[in-house]
Design a protein around this ligand. Sequence first.
Ligand code: DGJ
Length: 736
Amino acid sequence: MAVIYHAESRTFHLYNDAFSYIFKIMDPGIPVHLYYGRKIHDRDAFDYLLETARRPMAVVLSEDRPDLSLEHLKLEYPVYGTGDMRNPALDVRHENGSRLLELLYENHQITAGKSVPADLPGVYTEKDEEAETLALVLRDAESSLQVILYYSVMEEMPVLIRSAQIVNAGQNEIRLETAMSLSLDLPEMEYDMITLTGAWARERHVRRSPLHEGVQSIGSLRGFSSNNFSPFFALAEKNTDENSGTAVGVSIIYSGSFLAEAAADTYHTVRIRIGIHPETFEWHLQPGDSFRTPEAVLVYSDAGLNGMSQAFHTLCRTRIARGIWRDRCRPVLVNNWEGTYFDFDEEKLLAIARCAKDLGMEMFVLDDGWFRCRSSDRTGLGDWIVDTDKFPRGIRHFTDAVHAMGLLCGIWIEPEMVSPGTDLFREHPEWIIHEEGRPMHAGRHQYVLDYSNPDVVDAVFEKISAVLAESRVDYVKWDMNRSMSDVYSMTLKHQGELMHRYILGVYALYSRLIEKFPGILFESCASGGARFDMGMLYYAPQCWTSDDTDAYERQKIQYGTSYVYPLSSMGSHVSAVPNHQLHRSISFKTRADTAYFGTFGYELDLTKLTEEEKAEVRRQICFMKEHRQLIQFGTFFRLRSPFEGNETAWMCVSPDRSEAVIAYYRQTQEVNAGYRRIRLQGLDPDGLYAIEGQTETYYGDALMHAGLLLSDASCGEEKSEEGDYISRLYVLKRIA
Ligand code: DGJ
């Protein structure tokens, strides 16, 4: 790994074993991109990669070089207005109304390691040898605006982290209108763009479509990253599939409104941008002020989409997620939400908890409804005082009772909201995001607190700290259930800063709570997976993946989520049938076989299970406890996509390749179907493997190249024992 500067050619070569990223400083000081892709040999100069052409109508850099124009160069951090006609990375307003900037090289520093930007989530290193960072300083001479571009190359991962710091080193105020985390110009457009799209209860479905001339973008204006579009896309070469071919994954470590874009021009080059959504952003920089963008993550893979995802997984799991739970297997839990909704009291919950303990579970999570005025979702949020009708002896009595059973105990909160009917709502209308005199628009009957106001964050911190200190819980599910509207703050000077300041407030609250309660396992949630992003993973190492607990829907959601996020981060539970979202009944086995591939738990009233079902749950929990280290921390491969057919398959392999768990799911039964086999991935080709429950043994190479044969009775015999929505698990152990 290195960041090399070739002074004579003014060329930077950033590389590790996987990729090279090359740009040069071109007269009069413009950073021009030359190459991003598989690692190539270093050289003193890469000028042959500079594509220039005399283009009629172009605005030229200088009269004596008619072949050079900003519009046709590949730029590292383009600005608006001085010749580049594409979307800019940075757009400002000077005091005189001008938008013009000319950012030229001033100096640079190369340092070992990588630091996390202040007040933002980011990638960290534990040792300086893990990364090298280039800080490239550019300056606009006229205004003295300085832009520092940060590039960090990770030693062991095909990962480059980029961000920008914008410093007002001049005498006048400057307003930022657009400040992207990353802009990257690629020389070709023959890519497919892969995105993860969805909505409530159908998050992160995989979509793939060819790039065309023009802008293809996704984003969020909701104040959170959203379940509609995950803050990620990949550009994959046409022949790239899960296991082979080249792909570039692009993401951002941020939880607020974002824009991610691939814009192909009519010369068939592509500009990638990702950052805070400019539509709802502005930032005022007084002389001396600076602004830091969130970090963008670039992953390069020439091992297909699985290779890309595995790099994202390692990064998220080991260098974004933090805390004592980062490397620990996650407790098997029962959550009472779908089991009881708001209809519970202490006795009812303790009965479920007793049952959970008896079945081998490790944690009870008390979901929504434990606090005053919360017998429905119409009111209650904001005061955070226990409901003594439900818990006559207080919350501590309940959590002590759960702890006394030998279970961990968790609690649900939604600290960013306030409902009508609460003291908070009555006493502090100025703490609610809305404009006085205009109608307030509710979402789930509730309103959003103004986290851009530090007083609000302080007040919520006090209230939530009191709840956590009193209850001594081990786990917190931090929910967030509406999009932001009526975006106006009663206390903020510059309203365009509200959305970003809001999310900084959320991060500040998380930081303070984590510091005060370092032992707590946080699970983030936003009506399921509407804020499932790398920003959140910095604070909460797991996220409730979706409110949809139907096993088949979950196979799609978890498949898509795995494009970026590791299994250790995916909250996944077995729920009752008929399923509450789909009204579909899928067997207990398939429900568990699906939920194993995540953090695993149950979300139903355990006291209603039959003895036979309880015996099955006991077996399931034993299975998960035996294999969760491998599942949550092993290498994950997608094998067959639910978006492309009737089957889904995936597998996890242990780091030393001695063990693997393979899951195969089929949606609908087929009569007299074709033969089926599945080629496994990631095994030791020379290792001899036994499959649990079978006598035959197989070499790893045979399983990977000839495949695991899956044909069953439905392929030809008269009677099949299996119906729709079946699943099979195969546990492989290397025996020689
Ligand atoms: C939305 C979450 O996604 C659910 O799991 C549950 O916690 C409810 N909120 C509670 O209101």
